[in-house]
Design a protein around this ligand. Structure first.
Ligand code: SF4
Length: 163
């Protein structure tokens, strides 16, 4: 945990746009998705197992309901994070937060601080990935559901994890 530095383009960009208009927010998302597709064009083999993707999808729905939090109004944000969690679960054996850069991912997964739900989420309902949004967050949607098809469709050809 100590060696990790948040260099996350996705979340930090998203957090940065929280004070801007929805149009700017949406534009940022579309840009991130394009970048994700370009930078991961050769990483199709890192796609998570469908069973793992479904496990993380169900976990996300259940955890949001249990904590009284909501998914983002733009479900593509939710989909990318779920895919990233599934990729890490397949790769590392634990759903390490996909929105951070780590010097040693395996070590971080073993330490557990950033395994989802991470300590900041469990203690203070702080999800910097915008997977779980509190009621007062202006970018929260109205529900806590997302289908497997939505996740697959929104993340086609892109990775959900930071390089
Ligand atoms: Fe990442 Fe924590 Fe949010 Fe899970 S709860 S997606 S680990 S920030």
């Amino acid at each position: 945990m100590s060696g990790s530095v948040c260099s996350c383009s996705t979340v930090c960009t998203l957090k940065g746009v929280q004070r801007r208009s929805y149009a700017a927010f949406k534009s940022s998302i579309l840009s991130l998705r394009r970048n994700g597709r370009q930078s991961t064009a050769t990483r199709a083999s890192s796609d998570p197992d469908t069973k793992t993707l479904e496990t993380m999808r169900k976990f996300s729905e259940q955890y949001a309901r249990r904590t009284g939090t909501y998914f983002c109004v733009d479900k593509s944000v939710t989909a990318v994070v779920i895919k990233g969690l599934a990729e890490h679960k397949d790769e590392l054996g634990a759903p390490l937060c996909p929105c951070r850069h780590y010097d040693d991912k395996q070590l971080e997964a073993e330490q557990g601080f950033w395994n989802c739900p991470c300590v900041p989420m469990r203690e203070r309902k702080e999800c910097h990935c915008m997977l779980f949004l509190t009621e007062d967050n202006s970018f929260r949607g109205e529900d806590t559901t997302i289908s497997l098809e939505e996740v697959v469709e929104a993340t086609k050809g892109m990775s959900g994890v930071q390089p």
